[in-house]
Design a protein around this ligand. Structure first.
Ligand code: GLN
Length: 229
């Protein structure tokens, strides 16, 4: 395949902290997105290096073409499709509420009215909260780890963020301290992001099909989520 990108080292952005999709472990980045891209790149014969960055910088970086691709659990949305391209969906997601274990008052989005809620800058959650829970006071963080810290110290009532992320955190780093009380949104899909009209899109979509067909996708899914999709 005569692809201009082949041979070139692609710059592939990931989020700095988004368990279990991309996160640092023993000084190295690991996670579902990291393994997924690695498998895609092998199939499509692509050279790349990862560039971890705050989520907020990723879509602008694709727009200016400083990045060749990005995996950061990026929710496919029509407004984003105006400015970047997406691969086919690769993971179904949603948004959920995380509170301290001793909090029994917050269970649904309506319970967040008037409350102080930590969210991550530039994410779909910010739009969701502004639209659906307009009286909530939002505290914005570039990195979700700081939002989790804010919850631990009691400076916010809740964190709202992507369901698989808060679920994983509640079972690992936040175990016994925090719990997921409710889903507030479902039916979102993650896609790999690209600059508009990138010739990588059809190549990556084919590789995604191939790794679904040969069982690689299921293996990676099981490694991080412990069950079949
Ligand atoms: N899914 C969220 C969004 O696209 C972001 C997830 C993340 O924090 N990396 O807005």
């Amino acid at each position: 395949q005569a692809l201009a990108q082949q041979g070139k080292e692609l710059v592939v952005a990931t989020d700095t902290a988004f368990v279990p999709f991309e996160f640092k472990q023993n000084g190295k980045y690991t996670g579902f997105d990291i393994d997924l891209w690695d498998a895609v790149a092998k199939k499509a014969n692509l050279n790349y290096r990862f560039q971890p960055m705050d989520f907020n910088g990723i879509i602008p970086g694709l727009q200016t073409r400083n990045l060749d691709a990005a995996l950061a659990g990026i929710t496919i949305r029509d407004d984003r499709k105006q400015v970047i391209d997406f691969s086919d969906p690769y993971y179904e997601s949603g948004l959920a509420i995380l509170v301290n274990t001793d909090n029994s008052a917050i269970k649904t989005a309506a319970d967040l009215e008037g409350k102080t809620v930590a969210v991550k800058i530039g994410t779909a959650t910010v739009d969701f909260m502004q639209r659906s829970v307009p009286t909530a006071k939002l505290k914005l963080f570039p990195n979700i780890d700081n939002a989790f810290l804010e919850l631990a110290t009691g400076r916010v009532d809740a964190v709202v963020h992507d369901t698989p992320n808060v679920q994983y955190y509640a079972q690992t780093g936040g175990k016994d301290r925090v719990k997921v009380t409710g889903a507030v949104k479902s039916g979102d899909f993650y896609g790999i992001g690209f600059p508009k009209n990138s010739e990588l899109v059809p190549v990556v979509n084919q590789a995604l099909k191939d790794i679904r067909a040969d069982g690689t996708y299921d293996k990676i899914y099981q490694k991080w989520f412990g069950k079949q999709p």
